[in-house]
Design a protein around this ligand. Structure first.
Ligand code: ADP
Ligand code: ASP
Ligand code: MG
Length: 445
């Protein structure tokens, strides 16, 4: 069986929902994971924020605006009066509950309950639409099987057991629809897999049912060789390995939630990226196979903090790095990049939650400088550190102040730490150098 996940744009309009219907209605049984309609999760986050700030008036206005947009969607999507009535009741109930939260004390649970509504709405409406179109689909509530554990990791045993049971109970259905993103936590409260988490839901479900393939249907024709939001003339990559995709997703390639490949990689379940608006385009196939040599793709991740830890005591002293790492471990803060010299070590983190406490402890053993507003630019490709073109990279980057370089940590990755205000320039320069023709290169440099 296949698992197909459709993102926000793919379910963001009646026209696109019709594309989705046509893609999934091919007579084979499948699980379909849906995101919220595009814009909805952002709107819900904003509603939650206004409730947190106790800005009742603006929270109510935002709720009202979102509610009206769903009434319009119902009018455009459905023409069967019973299905319209059922959908209106569902939508009214969702928004009445949101209104009741205005004025209440804001907690993480309230936030989680609010942002969960997007996927609940999209799947409800889409399942009604399929019913109207005579398609035999069952709506499986993700909260009946999707659960994370104490470490916020998917509880694979629980998920598999419950999903198998629910699929069996609904064996007469041709298509199973479920919500991406949302799950329960160990206490049984509504939680989620973080922003963009519907991709992760799809691969968790794919692993649980040992799917033949997990397909991520989105608004672009596959994994591009650079970030199309910032760089022109990027192109789709036909084949990429699990490790390459994981690294690029971790370092900012928004097309995939960073954890997407983890559940399926060991089971060798391929992940295919496809464009809902252009289903005939090949897209990208992610497998164990490694194709090509040299730089394959570039991604960038913002919000990075660089920490320089400097101590004369580092000179010929063993055990210094151990002490440094123990402090990060104590605060459960992972380090992305690291470079060392004889008297200093520089490293980066992307989670500043415990930064003050970390700095306070580090200052007991060293002097510490923190730079924020940094970005990591990550270059990925098979054997890039040995590729003949790679040394020229430094020529390209001569105008860019690079704060740190990680080269040789693996054969397949080079990371650069730069100021975020240099990101656009760096990505564009690299695009010109790495991917455009020799002739264009000659003109550009
Ligand atoms: P969905 O709502 O379908 O999950 P996302 O917005 O999360 O879609 O991801 C798709 C978007 O990711 C694309 O429209 C594109 O702007 C962005 N993106 C960033 N980096 C890449 C990349 N390397 N390849 C393709 N798309 C990328
Ligand atoms: N709707 C959620 C978000 O916008 C999850 C997703 O789209 O993958 O983050
Ligand atoms: Mg996404």
């Amino acid at each position: 069986m296949l698992v197909l996940k459709f993102g926000g744009t793919s379910v963001g309009s009646v026209e696109n929902m019709t594309h989705v219907k046509n893609i999934i209605n091919d007579g084979t049984k499948k699980v379909v994971v849906l995101s919220a309609m595009s814009g909805t999760t952002n709107a819900l986050v904003e509603i939650s924020e206004q409730i947190r700030l106790n800005e009742k008036e603006s929270a109510l206005i935002l709720i009202q605006q979102l509610a009206s947009s769903y009434q319009i969607t119902i009018e455009q999507l459905l023409n069967d009066s019973v299905l319209i009535k059922e959908s209106q009741e569902y939508v009214n109930n969702v928004f009445t509950n949101l209104i009741e939260l205005v004025g209440s004390e804001h907690t993480t649970l309230i936030y989680n309950q609010i942002v969960a509504q997007g996927e609940l709405l999209s799947t409800f409406l889409f399942s009604r639409f399929l019913k109207q179109e005579g398609i035999n689909a069952a709506l499986l509530p993700a909260l009946d099987f999707m659960r994370i554990d104490n470490n916020d990791e998917p509880d694979s045993f629980y998920i598999k057991q419950n999903l198998d049971r629910i699929l069996n109970e609904n064996s007469e259905a041709d298509i199973y629809i479920t919500q991406g993103f949302i799950c329960l936590d160990v206490q049984g409260n509504v939680s989620n897999l973080q922003r963009g988490g519907s991709d992760y839901t799809a691969s968790i479900v794919g692993a649980a049912i040992e799917a033949d393939e997990v397909q991520i249907w989105t608004d672009i024709d596959g994994f591009h060789n650079n970030d199309p939001r910032f760089v022109e003339n990027t192109t789709a990559i036909s084949n990429i390995s699990f490790d390459e995709a994981a690294e690029l997703a971790y370092f900012g390639a928004k097309i995939l939630h960073p954890q997407t490949v983890i559940p399926v990689k060991d089971l060798n379940i391929p992940v295919r990226l496809k464009n809902t608006m252009s289903p005939d385009s090949y897209g990208t196939l992610i497998t164990h196979h490694v194709h090509g040599e040299g730089i394959k793709a570039i991604a960038a991740k913002d919000g990075i903090y660089a920490i320089k830890i400097k101590s004369a005591r580092m000179l010929q002293a063993h055990g210094f790095l151990k002490k440094v790492f123990e402090i990060f471990e104590k605060y459960e803060t992972s380090i992305d990049m690291i470079t060392t010299s004889e008297i200093a070590v520089s490293l980066t983190i992307d989670n500043p939650l415990h930064l003050d406490a970390i700095v306070e402890e580090l200052e007991k053993i060293a002097s510490v400088d923190v730079d924020q507003g940094m970005s990591i630019v990550c270059l990925v490709g098979n054997n890039i550190i040995y590729h003949e073109d790679t040394p020229h990279l430094f020529q390209v980057l001569q105008d860019v102040p690079v704060r740190m370089i990680s080269y040789g940590g693996s054969n397949n990755n080079i990371s650069l730490l730069i100021n975020t205000d240099q990101k656009l320039n760096t990505l564009q320069k690299l695009q010109g150098y790495v991917f455009e023709s020799q002739q264009e290169k000659a003109v550009a440099y």
